[in-house]
Design a protein around this ligand. Structure first.
Ligand SMILES: Cc1ncc(COP(=O)(O)O)c(C=O)c1O
Length: 391
């Protein structure tokens, strides 16, 4: 099936159903998939061209570019992008390419903590963080994102009081699922606690490109020499450029000592290498993809307003704050008084698949995460179906 264009970037439902990425394949066709963090937008042409060149030449050997191992190009492109986007000055030698960010998460946990140590994470959190901590044999310390009545805020006291043996904080900024972009003041408070409690910070910043106007992403490692000395930053073009299935990301180590400690525990070969397809796509995206991302941000900005305004006007029992970043709305359905988890109600009665609140925090079954990175038609239908049972 051929792409049918709606506007510049939006894809129609029939075409989306004909593809094989998880989002549209997991549920029967009558269900609207609004779960996994993928966008229903056409990836940038510049990225498509770079992949097409490989396909046209059947160029699938071990990759080298300009007489050097190809993955060095990822580090180079990442360093330039961090400088341009966030005025964060870093060195190529401090960057380690990886195939995905969960690999980076568990590798960092294994490298910087010992079996039985505790690892703190702000909850609700992206579910696989919990899995990574538990799979590594460490125990989780939940640091709540508290509802202040005007938004979610990280509980600083809970972090300060984390039990003895809490050696690491897995930070997610911008935060998934609340859509918070932590302010400089909040980040400084977190860094100060990490210093007092001697914690390593693993900072997942994969949603950093999606900060809406008025906000600003600040890499926590850029705050100070001390923050850098305890921070490993993870990032990837997977979310921003809608190429999650290509598998490519980076870890950045705030000091050579951190990188050395990491290498002593995690041999390089264990990390594997990103594929040539993902390298070329990632480099094209980070180097030339911003005009495409600007177009995407305009669509997402439109959609986040539609979601929040429609909930307020037509489903006042559902509560959600305007996301400050990314394309995920974190919706509190507790006022509905449903007996089942909210995601099950929406799936069974409205045929919408949201990410279940309980996958972010066991006590949050009354929440769902809605993915609004889709066409205005699909979003309208999602909201109409929601209104039928929650209006
Ligand atoms: C905060 C966060 N980190 C990591 C990932 C997954 O990244 P990867 O596919 O590179 O493992 C996601 C995907 O939704 C995410 O939201």
């Amino acid at each position: 099936m051929k792409e049918k264009e709606i506007g510049e970037l939006e894809l129609d439902r029939e075409f989306l159903l004909s593809r094989r990425a998880s989002k549209w394949c997991r549920y029967p066709n009558d269900v609207i998939p609004s779960w996994i963090a993928e966008m229903d937008f056409r990836p940038a042409d510049i990225l498509q061209d770079s992949v097409r060149q490989l396909v046209d030449k059947r160029d699938y050997g071990y990759p080298r570019r300009h007489l050097m191992p190809a993955e060095r190009l990822i580090s180079e492109a990442f360093v330039k992008r961090m400088e341009e986007r966030f005025s964060w000055h870093i060195e190529e030698a401090a960057v380690q390419p990886v195939t995905d960010l969960l690999q980076a998460t568990i590798a960092a946990i294994l490298a910087f903590t010992e079996p039985g140590d505790r690892v703190a994470v702000h909850t609700p959190c992206y579910g696989p963080f919990r899995e990574a901590i538990e799979d590594a044999g460490r125990s989780i310390v939940e640091i709540p994102m508290r509802d202040s009545g005007s938004g979610y805020e990280p509980d600083m006291e809970a972090l300060e009081q984390a039990p003895a043996g809490t050696r690491m904080l897995v930070l997610c900024n911008p935060q998934n699922p609340t859509g918070r972009v932590l302010t400089r003041t909040e980040l400084e408070a977190i860094a100060a606690i990490a210093a007092r409690r001697d914690m390593i910070i693993f900072s997942d910043e994969v949603h950093a490109d999606f900060v809406y106007e008025g906000g600003r992403h600040i890499p926590i490692a850029s705050l100070s020499a001390d923050a850098a000395s305890r921070t490993i930053t993870a990032n990837s073009p997977g979310k921003s450029f809608n190429i999650a299935g290509l598998r490519c990301g980076v870890m950045h180590f705030g000091t050579p000592e951190l990188l050395e400690r990491f290498r002593r525990r995690i041999p390089r070969l264990l990390l594997g290498k990103p594929s040539i397809v993902s390298i070329d796509a990632a480099v094209a995206a980070w180097t030339h993809g911003q005009p495409w991302l600007d177009q995407v941000m305009a669509l997402l900005d439109r959609n986040r307003r539609i979601v929040i305004e429609t909930l307020a006007e037509r489903m006042p029992k559902l509560k959600a704050y305007m996301p400050e970043a990314s394309y995920l709305a974190w919706i509190d359905c507790s006022a509905m008084g449903w007996k089942k988890p909210a995601a099950s109600v929406f799936l069974d009665e409205a045929r919408i698949a949201f990410s279940p609140g309980e996958s972010f925090c066991t006590s949050h079954g009354d929440f769902v995460r809605l993915n609004f990175a889709t066409s205005s038609d699909i979003l309208r239908e999602t909201l109409e179906r929601m209104e039928k049972i929650a209006g």
